[in-house]
Design a binder for this molecule. Structure first.
Ligand SMILES: *Cc1c(COP(=O)(O)O)cnc(C)c1O
Length: 494
């Protein structure tokens, strides 16, 4: 099994792809060919638990890992870290519509599914490619990724993690989750500025030769935990394969029968994992790509034109407030049959003009595979309210966007193929938006009062990791300008 770049041909192992994160040509690492899941393997997986399924699927990609390395990684990632035995349960909302709950991990968002496993995969990969070096994870976050990465890497031997977040750009709950993070190898710091400032600062530091030398001299190496790393994608493929096995086991699907997948989408990582599962032979039909008011992907799927020259909106589903969906580059590679020149051309147009258009042929294929739709904050709130009223199921705003778009899909196409809908966060993580949707009246001023009120209104339990936050000491209260990020890193690493 080999990996190559979306922008030029090369041959790297999975360990190299995971250690480096990004290819030197600026492209993303993709599998040269997709491994197939045989009918015999599906038969065996139907009766396996999640961890055993994960071992089988990962082994198909990580062929330079030993079976023992994969088994140990999976065991560490999914034992005692999630609030139930199965990290990704499938819950039937109504016949034909199944919710894949991906938020039972330590930070209550779907990022845990990958970020509990990435530290194991990364340290094993680094041991194979840059033995003896300490890996320094540098991450800019707009909320969910930072905490999930901190939790995953905390006290992992051979690693350090530094997270920067925009001072006024994350929710109160997200900020508290980060500034209370424990661990001897973790550092968290606010940036004066917005998410773009934090992100650009981190990118500049990655490219800074002086910083590289500084790390070299300490036998250290930078790496990234963001969703362009194949080590984050691989664990996400597992839960779509697992959902198929669960549908078969529950008798909701017959062998080989298709199901559709609906995903609330930002960086295009989660939905791409479903595409990869389909390439491996899982019978996935239509991919329903749901966006909030930042509906650049809806427009792309409908017109074939990707254009980021548009206003940026802040919404109640902040993890999808994004104008550059990095993982879309991997989708383009697939649509263009790994034509590296075509993908490079589109990406340089995007860098220069903020815009590109795909060929007519590619647009036809894109539209046959995907349905794109979006919903605004009012529609999101209405969906949270109706879903709770009709099914007594409480969903977070990101999941509500997906449910809203799925209903649009049903109305427009009449396609009632069974559907798996990815639910990406606990409703308690976005208590303000969810509470105001299900309980009319004035919101409490304090985040924890909102969480308590939401539990009282719905009769649900507050997830433990969020309830516990209230009593944790603040361990990280630094805030620096973008210019001082390098000094902060030096002080952490010295
Ligand atoms: C990150 C995130 C998303 C978007 O996922 P992508 O893989 O970036 O498309 C959706 N919902 C929540 C809650 C998230 O944290």
């Amino acid at each position: 099994m080999h990996f190559t770049s979306t922008r030029s041909l090369r041959d790297v192992t999975s360990a190299q792809a995971i250690t480096r994160g990004l290819a030197e040509d600026g492209g993303l690492f993709i599998p040269k060919e997709f491994p197939k899941i045989s009918g015999e393997l599906v038969n065996r997986m139907i009766n396996m638990d999640y961890k055993a399924r994960a071992r089988e699927v990962l082994a198909l990609y990580l062929t330079d890992f030993s079976a023992d390395e994969i088994a140990r990684s999976v065991e560490t990632a999914y034992t005692g870290t999630f609030d139930q035995e199965n990290p990704a349960p499938l819950v039937e909302l109504r016949p034909g519509l199944n919710i894949l709950e991906l938020w039972h991990g330590p930070t209550c968002a779907f990022k845990d599914m990958a970020l509990q496993l990435l530290p194991q995969l990364l340290t094993i990969s680094a041991g194979k490619t840059v033995p003896g070096r300490t890996i320094v994870i540098l991450t800019a976050t707009s909320g969910d990724t930072g905490k999930a990465a901190l939790d995953g890497f905390a006290d992992v031997p051979g690693t350090k993690i530094i997270v920067f977040y925009p001072q006024n750009g994350v929710s109160a709950m997200q900020k508290l989750q980060m500034v209370t993070q424990k661990g001897d190898n973790v550092a968290v710091c606010a940036i004066e500025g917005n998410f773009d400032d934090a992100q650009n600062g981190v990118k500049q530091i990655f490219a800074d030769s002086e910083m590289k030398q500084y790390l070299d001299s300490r036998n250290m190496e930078f790496s990234s935990a963001n969703s362009i790393n194949f080590g984050r994608l691989a664990p996400q493929i597992v839960y779509y394969v697992s959902a198929y096995c669960d549908l078969l086991r529950q008798g909701k699907l017959r062998r080989g029968e298709r199901f559709n997948v609906t995903v609330p989408t930002g960086n295009f990582g989660n939905i791409l994992a479903a595409v990869y599962a389909r390439e491996m032979g899982i019978p996935i039909g239509r991919l329903i790509c749901a966006s909030n008011r930042n509906n650049i992907l809806t427009d792309f799927i409908r017109t074939g034109i990707y254009d980021r020259n548009r206003p940026f909106y802040t919404t109640t589903s902040p993890s999808m407030d994004i104008l550059i969906s990095s993982n879309l580059e991997r989708m383009l590679a697939l649509l263009y049959g790994n034509d590296t020149a075509a993908v490079s051309n589109l990406m340089s147009q995007l860098a220069k003009t903020g815009r590109y258009a795909v060929s007519a042929e590619v647009l036809t294929r894109l539209q046959s595979e995907f349905f794109g739709g979006f919903c605004d904050d009012a529609g999101t709130a209405e969906t949270i309210r109706q879903t709770f009223r009709n099914y007594h199921y409480l969903c977070d705003p990101h999941t509500a966007v997906a449910l809203n778009v799925y209903e649009q899909y049903l109305r427009e196409t009449g396609d009632d193929t069974p559907c798996v809908l990815a639910s990406t966060a606990s409703p308690f993580k976005f208590a303000a938006a969810v509470l105001s949707a299900v309980r009319p009246g004035i919101l409490p001023a304090d985040e924890f009062e909102m969480v308590t009120a939401l539990a009282e209104t719905t009769g649900l339990l507050v997830p433990k990791p969020l309830a516990e936050l209230k009593n944790l000491p603040i361990l990280h209260n630094g805030c620096v300008t973008k210019e001082n990020m390098k000094n902060f890193i030096r002080s952490v690493l010295s």
